[in-house]
Ligand binder design. Structure first.
Ligand code: MLT
Length: 270
């Protein structure tokens, strides 16, 4: 696994990890962590693919940027792919990473071989969700990052996982606490302001993979199913005993589904 850092006019530093060879897959992490989220799956996916796992701006080794948005994060992915000389890739996004994947698909459609939405949806926030995020931003700005992270992370796992593997929850809490408070609020503001990309799906010329957990308390299963009807080619995988974190809770299954999807996308494009 190579760790690389680039800088551009817009991004003072963008860190990413790279391994493997073959068709490129970008793994975009969700909130509130870094590319390390994918550490259980990237080596095996790298046996068939070139894996690029960026730290989105403001997390891991990547500096934050003013006025962060899904589009700016999509630009960060583009800058990394350009540096690597990669002209087409499958973009797999976990939750917030899926929102970035949709912005990327909208802005750089010609670079997309396929999009994998891992516990994620294509629409924007409901008013209720925006209000909840604003309250969390206020809490974090008052110095409440630690209680915020400690309260939100356990909800990402299925009850079964939290009971059998409390160490998974603790690991993600430690990862979440590493992210600066300013980055957490920047990510939340970017999520509040994100666009609805259901139209992007209706016009998609690329295949989609949808991965959902039956016990996901964050990403509503009914919305995933609705959105999986919009593009013309959709693979849908619904996991038992899985919350919002299949790359940890059901890592072997996720590896298999991403590799299968990658083979389909590469053959469809050959
Ligand atoms: C994530 O896992 O990235 C976030 O929970 C997404 C969200 O809050 O919408």
């Amino acid at each position: 696994m190579e760790v690389k850092v680039i800088s551009t006019n817009v991004f003072a530093s963008l860190q990413y990890r790279k391994t493997g060879s073959g068709p490129a897959i970008v793994l975009l992490h969700g909130f509130p962590v870094s590319s390390l989220l994918w550490s259980r799956v990237w080596d095996k996916i790298g046996e068939n693919n070139t894996v690029i796992a960026p730290d989105l701006p403001g997390s891991g080794g990547s500096a934050g940027v003013p006025n962060l948005s899904m589009e700016l994060m999509a630009d960060a992915v583009k800058a990394i792919l350009d540096t690597e000389g990669i002209t087409q890739a499958i973009v797999a996004g976990h939750s917030m990473g899926g929102y970035v994947a949709m912005a990327f698909a909208d802005k750089y459609q010609e670079m997309v071989l396929g999009i994998a939405m891992v516990h994620s949806i294509a629409s924007d926030d409901t008013e209720e969700k925006k209000e909840t995020r604003r309250k969390s931003i206020a809490l974090i700005e008052k110095g409440g990052k630690e209680p915020f992270v400690k309260q939100m992370i356990p909800n990402l796992f299925s009850p079964n996982s939290s009971q059998l593997h409390p160490e998974w929850v603790q690991e993600q809490i430690r990862e979440g606490l590493k992210v600066p408070a300013e980055s957490l609020t920047a990510f939340y503001n970017a999520m509040i302001n994100r666009e609805n990309h259901t139209e992007t799906l209706s016009n998609a010329a690329f295949p989609m993979l949808w991965v959902a957990g039956k016990d996901d308390g964050v990403t509503p299963l009914d919305k995933v199913i609705q959105h999986s009807m919009l593009a013309s080619v959709n693979f849908v995988r619904v996991y038992d005993n899985c919350g919002h974190m299949s790359m940890i809770e059901q890592s072997e299954r996720l590896i298999g589904d991403i590799i299968e999807f990658s083979k389909y996308c590469s053959n469809a494009n050959a």
